[in-house]
Design a protein. Structure first.
Length: 325
């Protein structure tokens, strides 16, 4: 068995790739390079191939020692065909780009693709915060809200890998329109930009809060991290913002809990670094909303693998695909 696989995270800002040991989750020779997504899919894919070559070269391993490549992609993919269907946050949106085929031709290594948060979910389940449970849900709170499900020890993928879009659970049927086209998705209310917008509104309306002072009253510099800093300083407005966001996420978690009974719900992504400011209102909302499932058996926990979760999960999926395919 080949132990080493390459995992890659295709981000809107950076491409990140590393060698991953699929027997223990060890990450080596991680390298990032700017995506430069405005140059279009072909240029980005060429840059990706060069990045993989560099990872292999710096590792000192021969090509024959590497089992394959897994790429986590921030959007909708057809996993069976290895084709990107829609990347909402990248220029041109990459419609029908045969990413796996192009990379496989460029590197000669078997290549698979999957949604980036499904990759995070799989990585966290195997070697991170989800270890030891049969069923797990993952919410990744960042620029959007992504999700993933492991059910009965299997990454749940649905049609072509589109299952597990937990950020698009409806939490308010009369809510504003989401980028996906639906109205009232949890992503509209509790993503990073939604949290930042609540902070901007508070400062613009002259509420008593430290948020503005922390950024010299430059509204464009208000981020979830800034609001979290104010909240940790005891700022009531900042704490309320995380209460509101956590309440919406908790409602989405409650819907998942009654549907699939995950033993553990992992909260990942940059916004999750707020810790208990976000996790506590999620837990409280779950207790308020779920009565038909023994919720004392369900854990709400932060992710454990940080930035490595996606590359680990993508590499593991490349390995898993060869075992089953």
């Amino acid at each position: 068995m080949k132990e080493w696989y390459i995992g890659c995270d295709l981000g809107g800002t950076n491409l990140r790739a590393a060698l991953v040991n699929v027997t223990n989750g060890a990450v080596q020779h991680a390298i990032s390079t700017p995506t430069l997504a405005r140059e279009g899919p072909n240029a980005v894919i060429q840059r990706m191939i060069e990045l993989f070559d560099r990872v292999i070269r710096e590792s000192g391993l021969s090509l024959q020692k590497i089992g394959g490549i897994g790429i986590g992609v921030p959007g909708t993919v057809d996993m069976e065909r290895g084709v990107v269907l829609f990347l909402p946050n990248l220029p041109s949106t990459w419609p029908n780009v045969p990413l796996a085929e192009y990379v496989q031709v460029g590197t000669t290594l078997p290549t698979v693709i999957l949604n980036d948060v499904r990759a995070i979910t799989y990585g966290e389940w195997r070697f991170g915060a989800g270890q030891g449970v049969d069923t797990m849900a993952c919410f990744a709170i960042g620029t959007g809200i992504g999700g993933g499900l492991v059910i009965n020890r299997q990454l749940h993928l649905g049609f072509g890998g589109t299952a597990g879009e937990l950020g698009h659970i409806t939490v308010d049927v009369n809510g504003p329109r989401c980028g996906c086209g639906n109205y009232g998705c949890v992503e509209v209310f509790a993503s990073g930009p939604a949290i930042a917008a609540m902070g901007m509104k508070a400062v613009a309306q002259g509420w008593t809060t430290q948020i503005g002072a922390l950024v010299d009253y430059d509204l464009n510099r208000i981020t979830p991290e800034v609001i979290a800093r104010a909240a940790h300083n005891g700022d009531a407005v900042a704490r309320e913002i995380f209460e509101i966001a956590g309440g919406y996420i908790g409602t989405a978690v409650a819907n998942v809990v009654v549907a699939v009974n995950p033993q553990r719900v992992v909260i990942a992504g940059g916004v999750a670094r707020a810790g208990d400011l976000l996790l506590e209102p999620i837990r409280r909302t779950l207790h308020k909303r779920v009565f038909v499932v023994p919720i004392e058996r369900i854990e709400i926990v932060p992710s454990a693998l940080g930035n490595n979760a996606g590359v680990i999960g993508a590499a593991l999926w490349a390995y898993q695909s060869q075992q089953t395919g």
